[in-house]
Design a protein around this ligand. Structure first.
Ligand code: PLP
Ligand code: COI
Length: 344
């Protein structure tokens, strides 16, 4: 199905746009129902529900993109399914089985196919699977019922700059997540914890924060809504090893591409904030962020500028961005079988 005609595709930013259908499935008495598409974009929820009191909820972020010949593709959806299950297990929620997750995602995309943006505009259909604790409750317990919901919204770039360098504040006061907390799953609480520090970073002129490890405040962790990687003077591409960050599917893909396609030495290790002077290029990576070059970082009352004084993306970020986006749009061979076509 062609993209909608009476729609201004060029004006998209990362904001909610109502699409006609969303998928809902309910868990009660130990089992999931089949789920179905609904048109209503609000839900009624018990006033005591665990999701709204105790943060018993988790979500995912995925994208559907249109190729040059008008087909529609998802990028590594099974990885999101697995992470959604990891999140549910950590928060003691009913896991959404693989078939139901895929059905919900595919039905939500197919039903809103004309909202998958045209090829070549850097826009996509963002897919938001959500799992929330529902039903009557008061105390701190797992919920008696759950809702699995998938809605979609056409979006433009997460950072309004698109593929242009952003500036980050190295956040050395507020922590995002603790080493054995819930930073490694996609729970809403990690994002509410970051709202105040984000507001402060933006008020100080930065686009976002990069958080440090909560235990020692010595090592880089991740950005509020993306992982990070660093290209160092010694030629290695390093990304933080930490139990408190979200295992990003984009990051895993980017590191693999860097090693396999460009012969770059890649390493997942603790990256000290004291290594900041050795960074040549840095990037934020995620479904929404894609690869966003990090041009500079503010730390200890100093601004550290990376490639080209932070004015333009460096060559490593550029080739990784080009490869990843070309692959996601099916412009180049999908050697690793990362794409899933959505056929209506
Ligand atoms: N880290 C955080 C905190 C995120 O919200 C996201 C977005 O999903 C990522 C990392 C990137 O993960 P992925 O590449 O799987 O989208
Ligand atoms: C994503 O990249 O899909 C995310 O979940 C980021 C989001 C918090 C906007």
């Amino acid at each position: 199905m062609e993209p909608k005609k009476d729609f201004d595709w060029k004006k998209l930013s990362f904001q909610y746009i109502k699409t006609p259908y969303r998928f809902h499935a309910h868990w009660k008495d130990g089992k999931w129902d089949e789920g179905n598409l609904v048109t209503e974009n609000t839900i009624a929820i018990h006033e005591g529900a665990t999701s709204i009191h105790y943060g018993q909820q988790c979500f995912e972020g995925m994208k559907a993109q249109r190729s040059k010949d008008g087909r529609v593709f998802l990028f590594r959806p099974k990885e999101n399914m697995k992470r959604f299950q990891d999140s549910a297990r950590r928060l003691l929620m009913a896991e959404v089985p693989e078939e139901l997750f895929m059905k919900g995602v595919l039905e939500a995309v197919k039903a809103n196919m004309e909202y998958v943006p045209p090829y070549g505009l850097g826009a996509s259909l963002y897919i938001r699977p959500l799992l929330i604790g529902m039903g009557e409750n008061l105390g701190v317990h797992p919920a008696p019922e759950y809702l699995f919901l998938v809605f979609v919204s056409p979006v433009g770039p997460y950072f309004k700059e698109g593929f242009k360098p952003i500036s980050l504040k190295v956040e050395d006061h507020y922590d995002r997540a603790a080493p054995n907390g819930i930073g490694n799953v996609k729970a809403g609480g990690n994002y509410s914890a970051a709202l105040l520090p984000l507001k402060k970073a933006q008020a100080a002129g930065f686009n976002e924060n990069v958080y440090l490890d909560a235990k020692e405040h010595k090592y880089f962790e991740e950005v509020g809504a993306a992982n990070v990687f660093f290209h160092f003077k010694d030629g290695t591409l390093a990304t933080p090893k930490s139990s408190a960050i979200l295992p990003s599917i984009t990051r895993r893909s980017v590191m693999e591409v860097a090693a396999d396609e460009y012969g770059i030495e890649t390493i997942e290790r603790k990256v000290g904030v004291d290594e900041i002077e050795n960074i040549v290029e840095a990037g934020a990576c995620g479904t929404a962020a894609v690869i966003t070059p990090i041009g500079s970082m503010g730390y200890n009352n100093q601004i550290y500028k990376f490639y080209a004084q932070g004015k333009e993306p460096g060559p490593v970020c550029t080739k990784l961005y080009n490869y990843l986006t070309s692959l996601q749009l099916n412009d180049i061979e999908d050697k690793k079988g990362w794409l899933t076509e959505v056929i209506k």
